[in-house]
Design a protein around this ligand. Structure first.
Ligand SMILES: C[S@@+](CC[C@H](N)C(=O)[O-])C[C@H]1O[C@@H](n2cnc3c(N)ncnc32)[C@H](O)[C@@H]1O
Length: 244
């Protein structure tokens, strides 16, 4: 039986803040305020933390849902030089669609989401409908499927992942992206965000010689961003047209 947005949110467990002192409390209050502000601004509901086993997914390679922090997303996007109406963005593991909404506020030609669970996919559709009038990019496509099965279209140039998968799924997705790049040679940039203790990307970097690390930055204490390219970027020095 389908769950409504309200039902899913009611069942969601919001991660307890790790409040060790006054500063952390203030930080958490600011964070909650910012979440509410942005959710209202777009008319969306995405701020929950849910294990996807409640939707029948038991594969440990498929990670839980929680959304990318609004402020962090803005910081991440500063690393990109978007070529208006040319670049196409894909969020692998798009969940309730927060990143799809946010990416569509930039001048991408198209924004695509790929989400495994029907429940989160439907909520994402509702969120996109609600946010649409505030979005710059109107060409939005949401796919409900296993990311492993997603055939990467030749126009895709930016891949976003917020720790969506374990090693097995991640490597299959990267192989699919690389296949697409080989069939239609172009620059493709990966924006991979993850908690510092997750090592799947490093394992993939050690395994695939065509996956090249370009930049690694800490975003606060609990989040890392690693930017990679698939194959060699065209410009000298390893910084292609897509990276700021
Ligand atoms: C950490 S959430 C990221 C949500 C969203 N990208 C964001 O940043 O706000 C990871 C998402 O990946 C989805 N996911 C996990 N395994 C998947 C798979 N094999 N194929 C597609 N999506 C998957 C989960 O259902 C969840 O919604």
């Amino acid at each position: 039986m389908k769950k409504s947005l309200e039902e899913v949110i009611k069942r969601a467990t919001v991660e307890p803040p790790k409040m060790t002192g006054f500063r952390d409390r203030i930080r958490h209050i600011v964070y909650r305020f910012s979440e509410r502000f942005h959710e209202r601004r777009f008319g969306i509901a995405t701020a929950v933390d849910i294990s996807i086993d409640q939707f029948g997914v038991t594969d440990p390679n498929c990670h839980r849902y929680n959304a990318t922090n609004y402020r962090r997303f803005k910081q991440i996007m500063k690393w990109l030089k978007i070529r208006p109406d040319q670049d196409v963005f894909v969020d692998f593991g798009s969940g309730m669609g927060r990143v799809v909404v946010l990416a569509a506020t930039y001048p991408f030609r198209k924004v695509i989401g790929v989400e495994l669970t029907a429940e989160l996919h439907e909520i994402a559709e509702e969120n996109i409908r609600n946010a649409r009038r505030r979005l710059r990019c109107k060409d939005i496509e949401l796919n409900q499927m296993d990311a492993r099965e997603y055939v990467v279209p030749p126009e895709v140039t930016v891949i976003f992942c917020w720790n969506p998968f374990g090693k097995e799924v991640l490597e299959k997705v990267f192989e699919n992206v690389w296949k697409s790049v080989q069939e239609s040679p172009r620059e493709v940039v990966l924006l991979y965000t993850y908690p510092p203790w997750i090592t799947h990307l490093d394992e993939a970097l050690g395994k695939f010689e065509w996956l090249k690390e370009r930049k690694r930055v800490a975003l606060g204490r609990h989040l890392c961003l690693t930017i990679c390219s698939f194959g060699t970027l065209r410009d000298e020095g390893g910084v292609g047209a897509l990276l700021a």
